[in-house]
Design a protein around this ligand. Sequence first.
Ligand SMILES: [Zn+2]
Length: 307
Amino acid sequence: MPAKTDTGPAPETIRGFGPIDFIPGKKGGRYPYCHSLVLKGEETWVVDPAADKDYLRHLAQTRRVSAVFISHYHEDHQKYNYLFPQARFYVPAAEAPAFTSLEGVFHLMGLEDPQFRDYWRKILIKDFRFRPLTNLIPYHPGQRFQNGEIILEIIPSPGHTPGHSCFFFPNQDLIFLADVDLTPFGPWYGDATSDLEAFEATLDHLQQLKASTFITAHEKGVFTYEEAQSGLASFKQAIATRQARLLEMLKTPRTLNQLAAGHFFYGKPKEPPFVYLHIETQMLKKHLDRLLKQGAVRQTPTGYLAV
Ligand SMILES: [Zn+2]
C-alpha cells in the first residue's frame, strides 16, 4: 500500500485525556468497529458508538448517556446506537436524511442496483440494527457544544462523505479525526458522493490545526502532533501515488470495469465481491474524471487511454 504512515498497533486499553476517554474498537478498530470517545463532563456523551458492545452496554447501564455525536453516516460509526435510546443524536446536517431512512443511505452511497440495495438493507438492519433515528439534532460546521469543562467544536471535513466531521476539543488540546484515519490503506472515497478535491482540501485544512493529540476512528488511533502531521502528508501522497499508478496503467486502454475488476485499490479480491466492485468503481471514477479534466487521458472505443 502506498502511504507510509507510522502505523503502530491500535491501543488495547482505555486511555484517558482528562475527562475524555478513548475506547479502543474491537479488531484493532477495524470495520465493522471503530474507536469511540466517552466525554465525562456534567453529562456523559459518546462519540461514534461502535467500539465494543460490552463496554458500551456497561456504560449505558451505569451512566445516563444524554448525547451521542456521530462523525458521519457510515454504519461502522453507529453500530451500537441502539444501546442509548434516551440520548439525543447529533449528526451532520448535510447527511441527516441518511439517519432517518435507508433511502438516504443508498443515495449517499450511490447504490442503484436493486439487488445490492436488498443485500445492503439486510446487512444494515441485521448486523447494524439500523433504525431511523427520531431524537435527531443536525449539527453544522463551526458549531460548539459545551459539557462541563469539555467544549466540542464541529470541524467540517468533507471528502470521505459530504458531511464528514472532525471534532476539536480545545480544552483537552485534542482532535478526533474520525475517518481521516491515517491508515496505510490511504484515503477512502468509495461512495458516489465522496469527493476527491474536498478530501484534499480537508487534508490541507487539518494540517493547519494544532493539537497535542489526534485520535482517529480506526487502527492506530492515537497520534502525537508530529505523527499526525506525517500521517496527513502520507494521506495526501497516497492520492497522488494512486493517480500516477493509474496513469501508468492507462498506457494500454482499459475500461472502468476492467480496472475495477483488477482490484486497483484493495490489491486482492475481498468479500462480498459486488460490494468491493462498487467501491473500486466509485474511487476509480473520481481519478478518471480528474485525469479527463486535466487532459491526461482520453476515452477511446476500447477504454481510457493516457494521452
Ligand atoms: Zn466512514
